[in-house]
Design a binder for this molecule. Sequence first.
Ligand code: PBG
Length: 323
Amino acid sequence: MFPTTRMRRLRSSKFRPLVRENELDVKDLICPVFVDETATEPVEINSMPGCFRLPPDMAADEALCIQDLGIPALILFGIPQEKDETGTHAYGEDDVVQRAVRAIKKEVGDIIVMTDLCLCEYTSHGHCGIVSGENILNDPTLEILAKTAVSHARAGADIVAPSGMMDGMVGAIRRALDKSGFGDTPIMSYAAKYCSAFYGPFREAASSGYAFGDRASYQMDPGNSDEALREVALDIEEGADIIMVKPALPYLDIVYRVKKKFGLPTAAYHVSGEYAMIKAAAQNGWLDERKAVYESLLSIKRAGADMILTYFAKDMAKTLNPG
Ligand code: PBG
């Protein structure tokens, strides 16, 4: 007898939407924004066609545009005029991110402003912590991260997002925020962040390439997955409200395990290299950009992510809600 089950019955365009298990929604998206103190006009990032570094006084317009597309949140990355050994310009009241946050908060009513919290854009050597010789020092970096977090919150940041993979960073930031009256400011931790080749284009975008070595002494080994669960567990213990896995597509197994095990709001970062790959192939006519982006982001959601940081956020919003 022919099988009574025919999987194709529900695959017609009529039934497909009814039985669909996962949907991508514009509310799942978080849009990265680069604010560059040295720019006087938008500068397109070579390795990320369609993405720009914006002068600080354009941040609010960009936020408005993102809000109008229905995207609920953006995440700010700052490029300072001046860098030094210890990342002094990460935490000044009038430094690039603080200014951008204030401008956005003043002019845009209804968007969640997240701030990436790391030193690599602010240090002359480009590492995510302060250094001694070729060592990246963990504990002395925590103080600077804590100070920076408070300065972001004071400027009006809704969520701070530490990305430097220093041990204890979430706890140090939580304590500093609480002490300064920002007990209600959530932390989105880049909890399982891998030492990945897919960050290549970002380093041009944020001018955060490093002067020596690599980030392997603090970012995770791509071969490990149990370790990611330990990283995430520690960050939760230290007070993380949202946990992130990064990059996204090559690490969907991690997204899946993290969401399954902890059940916390989980973010995945579809990183610069993932963006660049699709863009480059599309520019060559080798794949359909819109379809490839949609499928990629939907897959990240299917793996368990509640929210996705992606440079395709604005394009995707237009695809999802045309007109
Ligand atoms: C800063 C930071 C990086 C990214 C986000 N925050 C770069 C890095 O760790 O080298 C990468 C984002 C991307 O590639 O899109 N620590």
